[in-house]
Design a protein around this ligand. Structure first.
Ligand SMILES: Nc1nc2c(c(=O)[nH]1)N[C@H]1C(S)=C(S)[C@@H](COP(=O)(O)OP(=O)(O)OC[C@H]3O[C@@H](n4cnc5c(=O)[nH]c(N)nc54)[C@H](O)[C@@H]3O)O[C@H]1N2
Ligand SMILES: Nc1nc2c(c(=O)[nH]1)N[C@H]1C(S)=C(S)[C@@H](COP(=O)(O)OP(=O)(O)OC[C@H]3O[C@@H](n4cnc5c(=O)[nH]c(N)nc54)[C@H](O)[C@@H]3O)O[C@H]1N2
Ligand code: SF4
Ligand SMILES: [Mo]
Length: 576
């Protein structure tokens, strides 16, 4: 049996794994270079759900499946809500069952949707710089992205390169950088517009590039001139010196601007992305080796789904889902009671649901509320295949272990399709379908066909790059603090070891371990303080996965991209 697989988690690195003597370890190739992160190194130690249960009582899998069929038979309105707990492609077989059954599915994004909408508006489609291309760059800009935590495998590629970091937190990469701009949260669009304006003033715009690919650049220059330099610099916490230094470091260099989700957790997140893209266009860094602006890629671009519906299922947004409109809600690979924005609203809505079903690996705030809990199989116990948002590869994930615990997505879909007389192909044929979109390269790695090694080398998807044509600052005034809620090294969103602290700058006057209440217009939460010099004085950091963090966030959707916006609400901190 082939004993090579890939990490199933929603992570840039998509590590390749060797399974030997019942243990997993990283393969000494590609980005993985023999190392996995702590999540996978301790994967088998995390306590998983072992038995199905109904209304709090353990039952057999057989009975759980019978109950599930009974519930679905009698349900007038059913919702299938799927999250990102496992990133592999067979997760979608459950969408196929529910869509064919007549249930409602979800659309929109709890993750990167606003930024992606901005990219598509400007460039036509979202393509990435692969690690091979990043390696060829001379200057790397981490813009709202924290590689030590979220993609540690690219760190070796940074050797001998100039690094610039734009982040309100002095992250590890910021500490080591040639320039760290500790920008005020949500100041990025103005910063990018100012960088662009100074590029024009200096005469450093890549004229040849913009004439060919972005002929409307003069109009964009006019837009940048509407930004009042002094007032805006003060407002976003950036100095003229920062702008000068930035431009000096990138001039005539191969520059990779790597954007993370940090820049776009706002209503106008798409516009933020578009201003950064515009700056990249003026610098002329697209369509060239070792340079570009890169974000989380569209992992399924160029791959058609094998799961075809005879009629299109209805969809509701996963940002502000009205669960209460449904009689039955089936939640798969997700923890919406903690990870969706505005979780007070989510809880209230879910309380109205008659039958709440949870299908997952771990106990969490969502499984605790569910009537019926069905344990899943781990990635080692089922056959699957995955793609990535940071490479053009597809990774096979064959079954490597037997287990009596849980049921795989395919087996569950098969059981349900059988019960409701829905046609389902074999698991192998679906996996083969996915593999029909790849070709094997010399090293035996599966590459998705039609993806370019150098992004946009044949031009943008639109005939020309489309500049943002108006910009209005979306920041509300006030003395309240900014909420930062980014990824923790201990957890993968709410999986594994979650954080339980609020991080504050010492100058705010609170003491280590003091219990405080953090509140916003949406809700509140009490946490112990951890004093943190890495933060700006006007910021409050609560990591993703922390129980209750999303009591504070809004369920408004981003203006573009139907995406959650976790950092739009400001917060207050008071002693309790
Ligand atoms: N260990 C670990 N790895 C993960 C995950 C995890 O939970 N844990 N989650 C995975 C998932 S689902 C995703 S989507 C990726 C995301 O990975 P990243 O894109 O790295 O996302 P974040 O950690 O949310 O934010 C990155 C940085 O943006 C900064 N930031 C916040 N607000 C702003 C702002 O307004 N402007 C600027 N310039 N910066 C800002 C934060 O301080 C943070 O350092 O990571 C994946 N990898
Ligand atoms: N405050 C705040 N909120 C956030 C974010 C943030 O940065 N800050 N980040 C957002 C982002 S980027 C994302 S992607 C979302 C992620 O949020 P979710 O999609 O909810 O993801 P997780 O919390 O990683 O995992 C949810 C569950 O998936 C289940 N699971 C794991 N593997 C499998 C499997 O193989 N099969 C099945 N059936 N279940 C499985 C596990 O039981 C786990 O508890 O959170 C978003 N929420
Ligand atoms: S979570 Fe990311 S870094 Fe860790 S093993 Fe998986 S792909 Fe690699
Ligand atoms: Mo995400």
């Amino acid at each position: 049996m082939k004993n090579i697989t890939a990490c199933p988690l929603d992570c840039y690195d998509s590590c390749t794994i060797l399974y030997e003597n019942e243990t997993i370890k990283g393969i000494k190739q590609g980005l993985t270079q023999g190392f996995l992160c702590s999540h996978l190194n301790h994967y088998e130690n995390y306590k998983r759900i072992e038995k199905p249960r109904f209304k709090g009582h353990e039952i057999t899998m057989e009975l759980a499946l019978e109950y599930l069929v009974e519930i679905l038979k009698n349900s007038q309105k059913t919702l299938h809500f799927r999250g990102n707990g496992n990133f592999a492609l067979m997760q979608e077989v459950m969408d196929y069952f529910f869509g064919s059954f007549g249930a409602t599915l979800t659309d929109g994004s709890l993750c990167d949707g606003a930024g992606e909408a901005g990219i598509i508006a400007g460039r036509g489609y979202n393509d990435i710089m692969t690690p091979q291309q990043i390696e060829k760059s001379e200057v790397i800009v981490f813009w709202g992205r924290n590689p030590h935590t979220t993609s540690s495998h690219i760190l070796p590629l940074l050797k001998d390169k100039t690094t610039i970091v734009i982040d309100p937190i002095k992250t590890q990469i910021a500490k080591d950088a040639d320039l760290h701009v500790q920008i005020k949260p949500h100041g990025d669009a103005e910063f990018a517009l100012l960088l662009s304006r100074f590029l024009f003033i200096e005469g450093s715009v890549d004229k040849e590039f913009v004439e060919q690919y972005a002929p409307e650049y003069e109009e964009f220059y006019e837009l940048t001139q509407t930004i009042r330099i002094k007032a805006v610099l003060d407002d976003i916490g950036v100095s003229l010196g920062d702008i000068g230094r930035f431009l000096e470091l990138v001039r005539d260099k191969k520059v990779a601007i790597l954007c993370g989700v940090g820049i776009q957790k706002y209503l106008d997140g798409a516009d933020v992305m578009r201003t950064i893209d515009a700056f990249g266009v003026l610098l002329g860094i697209f369509a060239k080796e070792g340079s570009g602006v890169s974000y989380l890629g569209s992992s399924k671009r160029g791959i058609d789904s094998p799961f075809m519906f005879t009629c299109k299922p209805k969809k509701v947004s996963k940002v502000d889902t009205k669960f209460g409109d449904f009689e039955s809600v089936f939640i798969q690979g997700a923890n919406p009671v903690n990870q969706m924005p505005n979780t007070n609203r989510v809880r209230e809505e879910l309380q109205k649901v008659q039958n709440m079903i949870y299908f997952g690996l771990y106990e969490n705030q969502t499984s605790a509320m569910a009537d019926l809990v069905i344990p899943a199989k781990t990635f080692l116990e089922k056959s699957d295949i995955r793609t990535s948002y940071a490479t053009h590869y597809m990774y096979e994930m064959p079954q490597l272990q037997e287990s009596d615990i849980g049921i795989s997505e395919y087996e569950l879909a098969q059981y349900l399709c059988n019960a409701f007389a829905i046609k389902l192909e074999s698991q192998e044929s679906y996996l083969e379908h996915f593999k029909s979109f790849v070709q094997e390269n010399e090293e035996g790695i599966l590459e998705i066909k039609g993806r370019d090694e150098i992004a946009y080398h044949n031009g943008f998807g639109n005939e020309e790059f489309v500049f943002i044509d108006e910009f209005e600052s979306d920041k509300d005034e006030g003395d309240e603090l900014y909420l930062l809620t980014c990824k923790s090294s201990k957890s993968l969103n709410s999986q594994f070891k979650v954080e339980d602290k609020v991080y504050l700058h010492p100058s705010l006057g609170f003491t280590q371990n003091q219990l405080v209440e953090i509140s916003s217009v949406s809700g509140k939460i009490c946490l112990h303080v951890s004093l943190d010099e890495r933060l700006r004085e006007d910021c409050v950091l609560i990591y993703s996965g922390t129980n209750g963090v999303n009591n504070l966030t809004t369920s408004k959707r981003s203006y573009e991209g139907n995406s959650a916006v976790y950092q739009q609400n400001r917060v207050r901190v008071t002693a309790v």
